[in-house]
Design a protein around this ligand. Structure first.
Ligand SMILES: [Zn+2]
Ligand SMILES: [Zn+2]
Ligand SMILES: [Zn+2]
Ligand SMILES: [Zn+2]
Length: 508
């Protein structure tokens, strides 16, 4: 169970070893594993402005520093600014028919800040044309930026020329970068002038720290401070280039762009979440949330917990799928999980070794055949298959449980979800042969289960009691089945569930 605020009482173990409440987990239908946000690949699908709902290509977004050119936010309260119309009287007061002149200004509906407050003149058109404040440090920033660009270029050139030296004695004269041009100049007897990009970059003048600063103005000691006129830290940091001290210097800020993100399973490279491209749509093309596929466990009630005393715990299981499932509660075998992790590590190691060996065998064959053509990528590089993303390895679960759970001998069935069942007054009859010692009550796709739990005897008063079990359920795979096998496939899927029951209380 997950609350909007408050503690997470029931947590599921992700494949990566982290414990999370079920709404924060995904379920990859292809590798039948639970995935959390740490063990999926995050990819930016699209960049858009949340106000004007316009998709912006990533190159353009980079140029615009990830801000929308047309939308502004309030420099005072960070809400969106709206464009408002102010009409001025007719252009010619004597002629009643002369058109009314319209002008536009920016205004905040939340704090009533407006562009008129800081003396920005009204604009004749609603879109754009708003004056931008000049960055006082622009020259210095440009200087530093240019230097770094030069350093980057010269390092790149250096690397390329080093590579060329290693590669052999043949010199290509088709180079566009100027490195080989210099060799050519030497050969035909012209003085060697290094390429502009190859010159040693001149470092910009370093910033100098000084101990003496300007004196404070006299008025600061004589006049009372008006806090309403001084900007807050938040307002100042919104405009890092000028950091205005008083509110009359606040300028509208371009709105930051938003992204839509898709999540990809790192093992099988299938998407577990993919949003629709349209910025106005909040729907998803793919959204494999764990709570749509894995039975949900909710904590209902527990008797007062006392160290060493067996108490009754009631939990509720809900089947979210359209298929009947059977749930078996098994022992939480963390040793088994640790062993599985070790086995996986070993498999990975051997795979890596095999890969490395096969690469070594291939390399001497493929490297000399690389056609050298400067300026463009070697064609053999382009045909390389896409490298798989970093694979998440299963890791050991480190949560300690301090409460034993008596594992029930029988399993129980959960009927499929029926959305109409809630409105169906006719008493439903299930013909499941339930073990009365296990099932307390059931309704539609839910079952209330009794478990006997015993907090360990060495627990002290006030200690948090954590118990855990492995829930094995039957997952019915609804992927389009293969032609020859049209039956939906069923798998036994195991999830480790941890419950925080509460604190140990004193004797009666
Ligand atoms: Zn994970
Ligand atoms: Zn916009
Ligand atoms: Zn505002
Ligand atoms: Zn997968």
């Amino acid at each position: 169970m997950s609350y909007i605020t408050g503690p997470d009482v029931v947590k599921y173990a992700c494949t990566c070893g982290l414990l999370k409440p079920i709404p924060q987990l995904y379920f990859c239908k292809h590798c039948l594993q639970i995935r959390c946000r740490f063990c999926v690949c995050h990819e930016v699908d699209s960049i858009f402005c949340g106000k004007c709902s316009e998709n912006i290509p990533s190159a353009e977004a980079r140029v615009k520093k990830n801000r929308c050119a047309n939308c502004f936010i309030c420099p005072s309260c960070q809400q969106e600014l709206s464009t408002r119309i102010a009409s001025k009287g007719p252009a010619n007061p004597d002629d009643a028919k002369s058109p009314i002149k319209k002008t536009y200004y920016l205004s905040c509906y939340f704090c009533r800040w407006s562009s008129r407050d800081v003396g920005i003149p009204d604009q004749p058109s609603a879109t754009g044309g708003w004056p931008e404040r000049e960055n006082v440090h622009i020259n210095r920033l440009q200087e530093v930026l240019d230097t770094y660009k030069q350093i980057m270029h010269s390092e790149k050139q250096q690397k390329e020329s080093d590579k060329r030296k290693q590669r052999g004695k043949f010199v290509s004269y088709t180079d566009k970068t100027g490195v080989t041009a210099s060799a050519l100049r030497k050969r035909i007897g012209l003085p060697d002038i290094p390429h502009a990009m190859l010159k040693k970059p001149k470092p910009p003048e370093p910033a100098v720290a000084k101990a003496e600063v300007d004196e404070l103005p006299e008025s600061i000691f004589t006049e009372p401070i008006k806090l309403m006129e001084v900007t807050t830290i938040e307002q100042r940091l919104m405009q890092p280039e000028c950091q205005p001290l008083t509110v009359d210097k606040l300028f509208p800020v371009h709105k930051q762009l938003s992204i839509k993100q898709s999540l990809r399973c790192r093992t099988c490279e299938h998407n577990v979440s993919k949003p629709e491209y349209n910025p106005n749509s909040v729907k998803f093309k793919i959204q494999l949330l764990a709570y749509c596929y894995i039975p949900e466990v909710r904590f209902v009630t527990v008797e007062p917990l006392r160290a060493g005393q067996t108490v009754e715990l009631i939990i509720k299981f809900t089947n979210p799928t359209q298929y009947q499932t059977t749930i078996t509660i098994l022992d939480l075998d963390l040793d088994e999980q640790a062993q599985y992790v070790e086995e996986q590590k070993l498999i990975d190691l051997t795979q890596n070794l095999e890969q490395a060996l096969s690469l070594q065998e291939k390399q001497p064959m493929s490297l000399p055949s690389l056609p050298y053509s400067s300026g463009s990528q070697p064609s053999s590089l382009l045909s390389l298959p896409r490298l798989p993303s970093v694979i998440v390895k299963p890791r050991k679960i480190f949560t300690e449980t301090n409460c034993d759970v008596a594992i029930p001998e029988s399993s129980f069935i959960l009927p499929p979800r029926d959305d109409a069942a809630e409105y169906d007054d006719s008493s439903e009859v299930h013909n499941f042969e339930d073990d009365p010692k296990l099932i307390k009550w059931r309704k539609s796709n839910k079952a209330f289960v009794k478990l006997a739990v015993t907090p360990r005897a060495d627990l002290k008063l006030g200690d948090e009691v954590v118990c855990g079990f492995t829930m094995q359920h039957i997952y019915t795979n609804v992927l389009p089945p293969a032609v020859e096998n049209k039956q939906p496939q069923k798998y036994d899927h195991k999830v480790r569930v941890f419950l925080t029951l509460g604190k140990v209380v004193g004797s009666e």
